[in-house]
Design a protein around this ligand. Structure first.
Ligand code: CO
Length: 430
């Protein structure tokens, strides 16, 4: 694959992945198309022969792996990333009618940068559930795929100090408008039911009882910059890494043992049945390697590359970075380090990643947070603590992290893929 082709496929992946549920569904589609078999956690697996497999949990986290032999892996090359992104989630009883506007109440999911959510055409996607005629619980993913909402700013004439002092009240200021009461006859459940029936014509008017729906920017990703250097889009954190992980797994050497884990709930602390501080990966590893000592031996011989975006230096705010650690765009993946274990990288795992970059012919840089600012974290330290596997935290340098529209650089996306692909093909000559 060439860089241009990769970026086009990446943009397709982001468009088809407005929520963590869809990020897993899109990854599932790619894996199935390439001969991966779906496993079910509710069934006994027995001993898996060599081959390509994947399993999902809550429809929002995924583990995919390729086994090189029939007797369980003696070591694993692993890549981790997260499927969720900060956004606005619809409340259980969201409908509000105010001054003839129809609005939907939302909760803020994760550490969203809220300013950029105003004056955006918003669409809605997620998962809905209902009880079918046999009394069984059913669910389906929905995506309106077109602008249906907007959170208009307050005009500057009504708030003269907006540029100096505007604050955002998450309860009262952020309620998207989805229409005018004059025009809308259907209740919200009916609107959801119609959307489900449009997407799934075989379904017979399901009576939707529950929903997990998220607003997202209806504007598709764009290539930006005089030379199309940049990719601008929502959810670059962390779909850039999810896509690179999936693509690397598709071309993994079939003689090797390679695994990717894409976790939901990173942006809200990772404590859940499918989050990085939950048992998902451990459960799957126990199935692959039921014998305790064999599993421990394999894990101590393994490496996890935890991939999540890093902060590129911002030209207008360069003093927010340590002056000796200024990740630049298109200068390669960033190794993230933190003395207080907010990142799992140590000198040896950093060295292993550096060697991989050299083999892949990809530049590499480092990031450490300023001492007078708090450092973020990611799934790396949590996964390392849950499994005991040696881990390196890395990521693509990006701007405006957690905005509804983030910026990264195209060649960096390609570089990350090349390193991960090299990781899953240790015997390949570059
Ligand atoms: Co992230």
């Amino acid at each position: 694959m060439q860089q241009a082709q990769y970026i086009t496929a990446l943009i397709d992946y982001i468009i088809s992945s407005p929520t963590a549920f869809h990020a897993v569904a899109s990854a599932t589609r790619l894996l199935k198309q390439n001969g991966f078999t779906r496993l079910n956690e509710e069934k006994i697996w027995d001993r898996l022969p060599s081959g390509k497999y994947f399993v999902t949990r809550n429809d929002s986290s995924l583990i995919g792996f390729s086994l090189g032999g029939d007797n369980g892996p003696t070591s694993l090359q692993m890549i981790g990333a997260h499927t969720d992104s900060p956004c606005l989630k619809i409340k259980p009883n969201p409908v509000q009618e105010n001054h003839n506007y129809l609005q939907l109440g939302v909760e803020v999911y994760g550490g969203a940068l809220l300013g950029p959510w105003f004056d955006r055409e918003l669409s809605l996607a997620g998962r809905v559930s209902w009880c079918d005629s046999e009394g069984a619980l059913q669910s389906a993913l929905v995506d309106f795929k077109r602008p249906i909402g907007i959170i208009p700013s307050l005009a500057i004439h009504l708030d003269r100090e907006a540029n100096e002092k505007r604050k955002i009240n998450k309860q009262t200021d952020l309620v998207p408008i989805i229409g005018l009461n004059d025009d809308i006859q259907d209740g919200f459940q009916k609107i959801l039911q119609k959307q489900v029936c449009t997407q799934y014509p075989d379904l017979d008017d399901p009576d939707i009882t529950d929903h997990e729906l998220f607003f997202y920017d209806a504007n598709p990703p764009a290539l930006t910059g005089l030379a199309n250097e940049f990719i601008t889009s929502g959810r670059l954190d962390n779909l850039l890494s999810c896509f690179a992980a999936v693509q690397a797994l598709l071309v993994a050497d079939p003689a090797e043992n390679c695994l990717i884990i894409l976790n939901d709930h990173e942006e809200v602390g990772s404590v859940s049945s499918c989050g990085a501080q939950g048992p998902f990966l451990r459960d799957i590893l126990e199935r692959l390697l039921p014998e305790v000592e064999k599993r421990q031996t394999a894990l101590r011989s393994s490496l996890l590359i935890s991939a999540d975006n890093a902060h590129a230096v911002h030209p207008n705010f360069a003093d927010k970075h340590d002056p000796r650690h200024l990740p630049q765009m298109n200068h390669g993946p960033v190794i993230k380090l933190n003395a207080n274990q907010r990142y799992a990288t140590n000198g040896r795992t950093a060295g292993r990643f550096r060697m991989l970059c050299r083999r892949a012919g990809v530049p590499v840089q480092e990031f450490v947070m300023r001492n007078d600012m708090a450092c973020g974290s990611t799934i790396g330290p949590l996964t390392a603590a849950e499994t005991g596997v040696d881990t390196v935290d890395v990521g693509i340098a990006s701007l405006a992290m957690h905005s509804i529209r983030e910026t990264a650089a195209c060649t960096d996306c390609w570089y990350l893929y090349r390193v991960l692909q090299t990781f899953f093909n240790p015997g390949q000559q570059q």
